[in-house]
Write a protein that binds this ligand. Structure first.
Ligand SMILES: [Zn+2]
Length: 317
């Protein structure tokens, strides 16, 4: 019996799948694109040959690091499709699995560090195979974020800063820190030499979330039904912290242990215990938030284009 649904997508696509289920029963199909460029890891397809060539070069650089980090990865050739738009404009990428195919969709025009991190992130989803079947979906997401940061460290500060902000808002209503001043530059915010005390909060509704103790073990359908503002961001942040504290090797062992004991998924309490965290006593998590907010993370948060000076930063992920 397959433990995962035959047709599955990474979390960023769940809303789409539900919408499709309402409209028709057809499974999503890989977009057909004119140009294909082979890499050592599989193929990159795009409407413009130049896009496929450039992303193929990025794949050659990043894929070895991601592959080396996933013990027992699925040995299948990559199928990356560069598209003009993803079904939801807030998505950066998606890994889609149907009965016939498995492919990654990425935006064709993105070349920045964040886009390379999205590629690394989707490679993790693509390559996690049966050896990792017992990972709860939220933890899979945390693992994808964690490994993407290892493969593309230049993209990590901003995302880590955002995750710290989300977690700090959940636990303490916001985060406070000292950092450089921010001024409006011609092409967006610039940092100044003054020192400023900031308080920021993310747009989340902590009251509307499931209890902390059970949140990391939610199944795919339960996650898809979460409607509280910022709920996905909270899941990502908690899972990212848990994965960092547990470690990738130990996480793999927990999958094996769960399998031996007949659990479909690693039980939530194993996650908390292995991460040396207690959902009823959040001091360790609060310390983690402060540790995540280093100089680079603070600078990246302050340089967000949507930072509103004089108003709390609203981060919706
Ligand atoms: Zn993901």
């Amino acid at each position: 019996m397959p433990r995962r649904p035959v047709s599955s997508v990474s979390r960023r696509l769940l809303a789409l799948l539900l919408a499709l289920a309402g409209a028709s029963c057809a499974a999503p199909r890989p977009p057909s694109l004119d140009h294909a460029v082979e890499t050592s890891w599989g193929v990159v397809r795009a409407a413009r040959r130049d896009d496929a060539v450039e992303i193929a070069l990025v794949v050659e650089r990043i894929a070895p690091q991601v592959a080396a980090a996933i013990d027992g990865r699925r040995e299948s050739a990559l199928d990356i499709r560069l598209v003009e738009a993803l079904p939801n404009q807030r998505w950066g990428g998606a890994t889609i699995t149907t009965e016939e195919a498995r492919w990654i969709e990425l935006l064709a025009d993105r070349r920045d560090a964040a886009a390379r991190a999205i590629l690394a992130h989707e490679l993790v989803h693509f390559w996690l195979g049966p050896a990792w079947a017992e990972l709860p979906p939220a933890i899979e997401e945390g693992l994808a974020i964690h490994l993407a940061h290892k493969a593309v460290p230049e993209a990590a500060p901003r995302e880590r800063g955002e995750l710290a902000l989300v977690l700090g808002t959940l636990l303490e209503g916001g985060v406070s820190f000292e950092g450089p001043g921010v001024a409006r530059g011609p092409a967006g915010p610039i940092l100044t030499s003054s020192r400023v005390r900031y308080t920021m909060r993310a747009r989340i509704d902590a009251q509307a979330l499931p209890p902390l103790a059970s949140i990391l073990a939610l199944d795919t359908n339960e996650i898809a039904r979460l409607r509280a503002p910022g709920a996905r961001a909270v899941l990502d942040a908690l899972a990212y912290v848990a994965v960092g504290r547990i470690g990738v090797g130990r996480l793999r062992q927990l999958c094996e242990q769960a399998r031996v004991l007949g659990h479909a998924r690693i039980p939530a309490e194993w996650i908390w215990t292995s991460a040396r965290l207690d959902p009823r006593e959040t001091v360790s998590l609060e310390r983690e938030v402060r540790a995540m907010l280093g100089t680079a993370e603070i600078r990246a948060l302050l340089l967000r284009g949507d930072l509103k000076l004089g108003a709390p930063l609203d981060v919706a992920r």
